[in-house]
Design a protein. Sequence first.
Length: 121
Amino acid sequence: MSNRRQRYPQEIRERAIRLVAEVREEYDSEWAAIESVATKLGIGSTETLRKWIRKAEVDAGHRRGVTSEESAEVRRLRAEVRELRAVRRRQPDAPCNLVTAEGLAAWVDTRWRLDAHDLHR
């Protein structure tokens, strides 16, 4: 058995979620409906489809939790923090305001003005 995760196309995910909603009333429980749809569509695990449904409910505002959009923003911000920390490790003596793009632009602008001033002497 492989530990590698299988990625399902977004169309399959959306179709599976929609099918569970459509056939839910035909089954005694939501789990039974999820299990049936997962089997019919060849989704490896019933739990996988259940998680997709829960995530769709959160994204739609029908269930409490962190939305996909919020999760993506947190991932983006964490990557940005990692990048900024790496810059600080490579340049420990650089002024702190260089960590932001605006600070770097201001520093470069200041340095350029100083160099231009030296040329006119």
